[in-house]
Design a protein around this ligand. Structure first.
Ligand SMILES: NC(=O)c1ccc[n+]([C@@H]2O[C@H](COP(=O)([O-])OP(=O)(O)OC[C@H]3O[C@@H](n4cnc5c(N)ncnc54)[C@H](O)[C@@H]3O)[C@@H](O)[C@H]2O)c1
Length: 435
């Protein structure tokens, strides 16, 4: 069984089935993962035994100015093929009207909701970059629109597909590692991210929402349990003023409770001000302590150290993550770009293919349910992650306003997400329904 789903051969494995993709946002992550996915899909097709050959094309893109889209059309038309480019204002509506079958949303994280809502409303299967959205109200709304329109609403958390994290989860699922007690995760991004890459939208933002979510999801998906408490501290003064609302680094703490009444605490440290001459592109480390063991993982130091005179560590990195996304001269002579960062997009496209072409029209609703039940990427399974993000954003907002050290509790007597501020007698309900 693949994905826990019924993989019995189906009759309708014809094809090729055309699938036209729409891309909202053409920034860094488009270049790292979506571009190689669409290029490989165009060159080789995507074959899935459950639905046959999928002829996947990038059909249209939406972005603010269209300048990068034009550059791709100028420089990689042969690899990407012809696509239409729409620009603001109204780029997303125009992309949807142009006739696409699925939409990928890779805009800055505070602009995911509008684009995803429009795509789902128009009946398009939708894949959203992490973090899916910034509040549970937005999450509820997107899940509701997806359900009403009978389409998939999925989110990209590629770290769940990292072979090391899959092994961690396997040991947990198999009971080899028993009962997590506590853990820490660290993800440090280079200064170039905050200083130039994201300069346009960094004001008022923090690296926790941007990257701690990777580990929020890993913890939530791997260990399960109920999130009970969220707290967060942070530092300022490099990306923006020391008393401003733009954060250099954050330290997020989550407490989970499990069915046996025991708890675990996790600390997730993130920043986007690591010097650009750091030996790896990002620093990523985790440690999880169990009743009967310890898991230590380091995504950067997986065995390779490479020095090239005059190039490392700036142009080339000394330690590299060849599992996430790398360019390779394959033994058979092909040039490829592959890794779990790309695989996660391909999986979504296969899921779309399964729903649309994996059997008779009469059984479509059943296939949709099957794919909706995949907790690793379904929006409906992102509740505790979004709850943590919403709480972190609220805590940092109050900190920037001179009220640090707030704590958010989940599902207590007052509501689903309740913020407690030191010195204030009145807790604030951020989200009333149960999380
Ligand atoms: N999976 C990962 O590891 C990973 C890595 C990096 C970024 N991301 C996520 O991808 C998203 C984008 O990040 P990025 O690094 O590519 O950002 P970026 O700043 O490089 O690119 C953002 C893109 O969005 C476009 N855009 C902005 N506002 C828009 C609007 N209103 N309508 C249409 N297009 C708009 C811009 O024109 C640009 O093309 C973020 O959610 C981020 O968290 C994920």
């Amino acid at each position: 069984m693949l994905d826990g789903m019924n993989t019995a051969p189906v009759k309708n494995v014809s094809g090729p089935h055309p699938l036209r993709g729409g891309m909202v946002g053409m920034g860094m992550i488009f270049d790292e993962t979506y571009r190689p996915f669409f290029e490989a899909a165009r060159a080789e097709g995507v074959y899935d035994h459950r639905c046959g050959l999928l002829d996947v094309r990038l059909a249209a893109v939406a972005s603010r100015t269209g300048s990068r889209a034009q550059r791709y059309l100028d420089q990689r038309r042969d690899q990407l093929g012809e696509f239409r480019s729409f620009i603001e204002p109204n780029s997303v509506a125009e992309l949807i009207d142009s006739g696409v079958d699925f939409v990928c949303v890779a805009t800055p994280d505070d602009r995911h909701f509008e684009a995803a809502a429009a795509a789902l409303q128009a009946g398009k299967h939708t894949l959203i970059e992490k973090p899916s959205v910034l509040s549970l109200e937005q999450l509820d709304r997107l899940c509701q629109i997806a359900r009403q329109n009978g389409v998939l609403a999925k989110v990209v958390y590629h770290k769940l597909l990292d072979p090391d994290h899959k092994k961690l989860r396997t040991l947990v699922v198999d009971g080899q590692l028993q009962h997590v007690n506590h853990g820490y995760c660290s993800l440090l991004e280079p200064k170039q991210i905050s200083g130039s890459q994201f300069a346009e939208w960094i004001q008022g933002r923090n690296p926790g929402t941007y990257v701690a979510v990777h580990y929020l999801k890993l913890i939530d998906f791997t260990f399960g349990g109920r999130l009970t408490t969220i707290s967060c501290s942070g530092q300022r003064g490099i990306v923006g003023p020391a008393d401003g609302d733009t954060w250099d680094s954050t330290q997020l703490r989550l407490v989970y409770e499990y069915d046996d009444g025991r708890t675990a605490a996790f600390d997730i440290h993130t920043s986007w001000v690591t010097p650009d001459n750091f030996p790896g592109y990002v620093e990523q480390e985790v440690q999880f302590r169990f009743d009967n063991g310890v898991w230590n993982g380091h995504s950067r130091k997986r065995g390779v150290e490479c020095t090239v005179e005059g190039k490392t560590p700036l142009e080339l990195k000394i330690s590299m993550n060849n599992h996430y996304n790398g360019e390779f001269a394959e033994p058979d002579g092909r040039r490829t770009q592959r890794g779990y960062g790309i695989e996660v997009i391909e999986r979504f496209v296969r899921e779309v293919g399964l729903v649309e072409f994996g059997g008779s029209a009469a059984d479509r609703a059943e296939r949709l349910e099957q794919v909706n039940a995949l907790a690793y990427n379904d929006l409906s399974a992102d509740r505790q992650v979004v709850a943590a993000v919403q709480a972190m954003e609220a805590i940092l907002e109050r900190h920037a306003a001179g009220r640090p050290d707030c704590v958010v509790r989940v599902n207590d007597d007052r509501g689903g997400l309740v913020l407690y501020e030191p010195g204030s007698a009145t807790p604030e309900v951020l989200y009333a329904p149960p999380v």
